[in-house]
Structures are given as structure tokens and as C-alpha cells.
Design a protein around this ligand. Structure first.
Ligand code: NAG
Ligand code: NAG
Length: 523
């Protein structure tokens, strides 16, 4: 290409639009309200280099729960002893991704994904934590995934811990309630950096500590099933204190692993490390001063709880005010590494929810608790739902929430680089539906289209968002919901484990085909 002056050539390869998609979109506008009206959205609305991907987590897809010297995880034990989901099933087999991963990587490649976000099963690579040997078969499994992704031009985006841990660490010392867990986690992270870090450039230390802790130590419905009244009726636990202890250990574990990466691995390996928060958009139920304060407090108690320490090195002011000396503190040395602990913020965003003030009004029993920041959640205002229902009773379709949450996080954390590490739609209860209906997931396509439009808006307004991951690649084991809540781009038949692409696969494929190639020539 000959050119005398600085020239920028931009080439668009416009894809042929799919007749299937057009047909199903006709007469099917789902978001009628003005504020949720989404404009057309194209890949070229996102910056060059932006990563589009899909996500999974180990326990939810791998299965093979005892293959090749893997030990029992907390979820294996929990599911086997009590039954762990509404459909009575568990993750023993899940999607058998452990054996079918090549097929799944081919599927990702056929969609045109830039990146795949997956998590490491701790009990597969360190069956006894730091009390035993590294399991070579576990290392080999993730090496195969990483190498085959790279072979197909797909960037591995690795979560070191996503809810599951070796049961031995629970039995020995109480896992996240004990400071020893920090040491075990840093050891796991070091093994990951050492064995995989030459090829993995995106690391997440821990997925959604806020959601995990609320379910495990406040409501007591995730293992290790610890809670107290009024949150639940567990045998052990203390919902006012243990969530704070567990979070403090998780944050220090994250911070120490990030420090190790920054000092010993990043200079040579050149990747980035971050933390992923579950992020509701909290909207005030009414326009009153009290409810607007409550919405700010809800953000601080849920999202600020982990992101403030990871960016500033201390807990939010609001938490300090309401929890006083119950809230742990970071020492001077800890603050110094905590405040530098994330290169990016991972945002898992699905829904908005209303909140109302409970400092001085009659609220639900849990709304009146300090650990909840004296806020109650509500799903409707004046009898109108905040958004269309989904397959989970606490998640609604509120596309504007994507722009709102990204802008909030951008402002509070000085526009640190962000990734939308999860965003997805589960269809309302589908037990009765036929496969043909399940795969015609028009609403999922609408969901992603409109959420992406609002994400693009925040990016146009300056938010430094660098990637977007659909939750999830496959219908998988959705924890307590079992297999009937389906988030996948692919339908998975429970008997044959055959993957069937849904309409959303052709949507994503088409969306991603419009690639922008940018050449900049300087003379
Ligand atoms: C599992 O562990 C045993 C005992 O250490 C070993 O002999 C065997 O080769 C291991 N299996 C795999 C698949 O690595
Ligand atoms: C809080 O409750 C007290 C006593 O019930 C009442 O006197 C006061 O006005 C209330 N304050 C607000 C801000 O509603």
C-alpha cells in the first residue's frame, strides 16, 4: 500500500445477515419501555481489540469428578450428602467438558469468539491443597485446554477460583474462615502462574466473593452451610460476623496472589490480573433522599465491599459507619499491596433491583440487619416490575442497568480498565418445553443485543471497558437451580450430552463476523 502521508485504512467485512435471525425478530419486540429501547448494535460500536467471549466455571461444566486423581471438592461433598439442587442432580457429570472440551473449543471457534473464560478446579490440580503434591493429570488437562484455545486463536481468560475448593481445606481448618486459606490460595495461584502463565494473559483471582460469601456464610445455602437467624436456620455459623471474616481472608488471598504475580511473574509474562464482583445495579425505590442514600449504601455494602479494598486498600466508609469494630481492617503493609492489587475490574452484571431505606422503617427481618447496610430489596415499584422476569426470581431484564453500573464503577474507581466478565439470560421455567422451543431463544438474543447497546453507550462516554463475556457457553449446572435454569448459547441434552446450537449462536456468529481491521501507516 503506497501512501505519502499518515494514512488510516479501515476495512469492514460486512457479514450476510441471517434469515433465521430476521425471521425470529419480526414482531417480537420485547423491550417496549422507552428507557430500555435499544438501538441497533454492531461489533464496530466497540473499540478495536475488544474481547468478545463466553464463560463457564469448572464445577458447572467439567464433570469427571473423580477422574485422574482429582480429590473431592466442597461441592462434591455437599451435593452427595444433602442433595444440592432443585432437580436433585449435581455436577458429577455436568456437561462432561472434561472429556468433550475439544468439541467445545471447536464450537467457540465456529462462533468466532475472541476469548474463553473458564475456571480452574482447585481439587483437580492440588487435590490436598498445599498439604500434598501437584496432580500432573490436572495440569495436563488445563494445558490441553489452553493450547487448543491458542491454536484456534482464542484468548484464555482464567479464573483461579470459582466457588469450588478441596474438601480437605474445609475439614482441616474451615477454609475461608481461617487465615490459613490465604496461604493455600496463594500457593494455588503460584502453581497456575508457573505452569500456565507463559500462555495465559488474563487472570481473575476469585469470582464473585460477594455473592459466594452471602450464599455460603450469610444465608447458609451454599457449602459450608453456615448462617444464623434471621437469615436462616443453620447448625453452625454467625451471619453477622462470618461473612466479614471470610471476605477479609478472600481479599487478602487475592491481594497476596496479585502481589506475587506483579512482582515475580508479570514482568516476564506480561499479563493482567483482576478480581470479579457480582454487580447488581441498585436503583432507589422512590425518589426520597433516604432511598437514594440506601441505593448508594447498597452499592457500598455489596460491590464496594470488595472493590474498594482492591483499589483503595480500605473498606467503604458506609460499612465502617454501620458495622464499626466488627469490620476488619488492613494494616499499613496490607493496604500498600491491596491498593495496587487489580489491573482490571471484572463486572458480572445481570440485573437491576430496587432498594429502600431501612434505617428507620419497617423492613424485612434481613433488611433490618447491619450486615445488609439497612436496606431492603424490592422488585417492583407501584405494582410495576423493574423488568421482565427471567428464569431466576431475583434477576430481571433491565438493559439500562448495564450503562448505569459501568458508569458508577468507572466514576468510583477512576476508570480502571473493566471487563464484563459475565452477562446472560436464563429463560423462565422451561421444564415443560420442547427442545425446538428451547433453542429458539429469541429472548436471549434480545437480552444480549440490548445490554450490549447500553454497554456501547457507556464506552462512547469514556468508560474503559475491554471485553464482554456471555454467561454461558453451555447450559450447565446452575448451582442450587440445577439444570433447569439454562443460560447457554448451546442447549445440552442431559441424556446424550449432545450440544445443540440455539438461535443465539447464529446471532453471536453474525455479530462477530463484522470485523474491523485497522492499519495505521506512518511516513
Ligand atoms: C494417579 O495417582 C497414582 C498414584 O500416585 C498414579 O500411579 C497414577 O498414574 C495417577 N493417575 C494419573 C492419570 O495421573
Ligand atoms: C425515625 O423514627 C422516629 C421514631 O419513630 C421518628 O421520630 C423520626 O421522625 C423518623 N425519622 C425519619 C427520617 O423518618
Amino acid at each position: 500500500m503506497k501512501s505519502k502521508s499518515s494514512t488510516i485504512f479501515i476495512f469492514f467485512l460486512i457479514s450476510v445477515s441471517s434469515p433465521l435471525l430476521e425471521a425470529s425478530n419480526n414482531g417480537n419486540r420485547l423491550f417496549k419501555s422507552e428507557e430500555n429501547q435499544a438501538p441497533e448494535i454492531k461489533r464496530s460500536d466497540f473499540p478495536p481489540g475488544f474481547l468478545f467471549g463466553a464463560a463457564t466455571s469448572a464445577y458447572q461444566v467439567e464433570g469427571a469428578y473423580l477422574e485422574d486423581n482429582k480429590s473431592l471438592s466442597n461441592w462434591d461433598v455437599f451435593c452427595h450428602s444433602a442433595g444440592c439442587s432443585k432437580d436433585g442432580l449435581n455436577g458429577d457429570i455436568a456437561d462432561d467438558h472434561y472429556n468433550l472440551f475439544l468439541e467445545d473449543i471447536d464450537a467457540m471457534h465456529s462462533i468466532g469468539l475472541d476469548s474463553y473464560r473458564f475456571s480452574i478446579s482447585w481439587s483437580r490440580i492440588l487435590p490436598r491443597g498445599r498439604f500434598g503434591e501437584v496432580n500432573p493429570a490436572g495440569i495436563m488437562f488445563y494445558n490441553k485446554i489452553i493450547d487448543n484455545l491458542i491454536l484456534k486463536g482464542i484468548e484464555p481468560f482464567v479464573t483461579i477460583n470459582h466457588n469450588d475448593l478441596p474438601q480437605e481445606l474445609e475439614d482441616r481448618y474451615g477454609s475461608w474462615l481461617n487465615q490459613q486459606m490465604q496461604e493455600d490460595f496463594v500457593y494455588l495461584a503460584e502453581i497456575c502462574f508457573k505452569y500456565f502463565g507463559d500462555r495465559v494473559k488474563y487472570w481473575v483471582t476469585i469470582n464473585e466473593p460477594n455473592m459466594f460469601i452471602e450464599l455460603a456464610y450469610e444465608q447458609g445455602i451454599f457449602p459450608p452451610s453456615r448462617c444464623s437467624e434471621p437469615f436462616g436456620n443453620c447448625i453452625f455459623g454467625n451471619s453477622d460476623i462470618e461473612p466479614l471474616t471470610a471476605m477479609h481472608n478472600m481479599l487478602l488471598a487475592h491481594g497476596k496472589a496479585a502481589k506475587l504475580y506483579h512482582e515475580n511473574f508479570q514482568p516476564k509474562q506480561g499479563g493482567l490480573i483482576g478480581l470479579v464482583a457480582h454487580c447488581y445495579m441498585f436503583e432507589p425505590l422512590t425518589d426520597s433522599e433516604l432511598d437514594r442514600e440506601a441505593a448508594k449504601r447498597a452499592f457500598a455494602f455489596n460491590v464496594g465491599w470488595l472493590l474498594d479494598p482492591a483499589v483503595f486498600g480500605f473498606y467503604p466508609e458506609e460499612m465502617r459507619k454501620y458495622l464499626g469494630s466488627k469490620l476488619p481492617t488492613f494494616s499499613y503493609e496490607e493496604k500498600k499491596f491491596m491498593e495496587k492489587s487489580v489491573d482490571f475490574i471484572g463486572i458480572n452484571h445481570y440485573s437491576a433491583i430496587y432498594v429502600k431505606d431501612c434505617t428507620n422503617s419497617s423492613c424485612s427481618a434481613t433488611g433490618n440487619c447491619a450486615i445488609q447496610g439497612f436496606v431492603d430489596k424490592a422488585v417492583e415499584s407501584d405494582g410495576v416490575l423493574i423488568g421482565e422476569r427471567t428464569g431466576l426470581e431475583y434477576l430481571f431484564v433491565v438493559p439500562r442497568g448495564m450503562e448505569e453500573i459501568v458508569n458508577l464503577i468507572k466514576t468510583r474507581y477512576n476508570n480502571k480498565p473493566m471487563f464484563i466478565t459475565e452477562n446472560g439470560y436464563s429463560s423462565p421455567d422451561l421444564q415443560e418445553q420442547r427442545v425446538s422451543e428451547l433453542v429458539n431463544d429469541v429472548k436471549r438474543v434480545e437480552y444480549h443485543t440490548s445490554y450490549l447497546a447500553f454497554l456501547a453507550k457507556s464506552i462512547r462516554d469514556g468508560a474503559d471497558v475491554r471485553g464482554y463475556f456471555v454467561w454461558s457457553l453451555l447450559d450447565s449446572y446452575e448451582w442450587l437451580e440445577g439444570y433447569n435454569v439454562r443460560f447457554g448459547l448451546y442447549y445440552v441434552d442431559r441424556k446424550t450430552l449432545i450440544r445443540v446450537p440455539k438461535l443465539s449462536v447464529s446471532w453471536y456468529k453474525n455479530f462477530l463476523k463484522i470485523k474491523v481491521f485497522l492499519w495505521i501507516k506512518m511516513h
